[in-house]
Design a binder for this molecule. Structure first.
Ligand SMILES: [Ca+2]
Length: 98
């Protein structure tokens, strides 16, 4: 009986190890209700890969390029529940910030 218990304990430990998420893993894509919330996770914003910041000043180039996360936050017609348009100037980057 003890052996069975130890074996199942070892299995549980193994499962925990395998399913553990690395600390630096990217958060799963979601819609944020405003830029304050989005910038907590992506301090310089999220954009489509290859997007260029539309500004008269020095463009933000440090945004995270992630087409999926961007699509959750560009206000595209009903693609995602609870989605807001966080790219008001439509340059392909949501919540760009230096
Ligand atoms: Ca923008």
């Amino acid at each position: 009986m003890k052996k069975v218990f130890l074996a199942s304990l070892a299995t549980a430990a193994l499962l925990l190890t395998v399913s553990a998420v690395p600390a630096n893993a990217a958060p799963s894509p979601r819609s944020y209700k405003n830029c304050a919330e989005l910038n907590k996770v992506y301090p310089h914003g999220v954009g489509k890969s290859g997007a260029r910041d539309k500004t008269s000043g020095k463009p933000v180039t440090t945004f995270r390029a992630n087409n999926t996360v961007y699509s959750y936050n560009d206000g595209g017609a009903n693609r995602h529940t609870g989605e807001y348009d966080l790219d008001r100037d439509n340059d392909g980057i949501a919540c760009e910030k230096r």
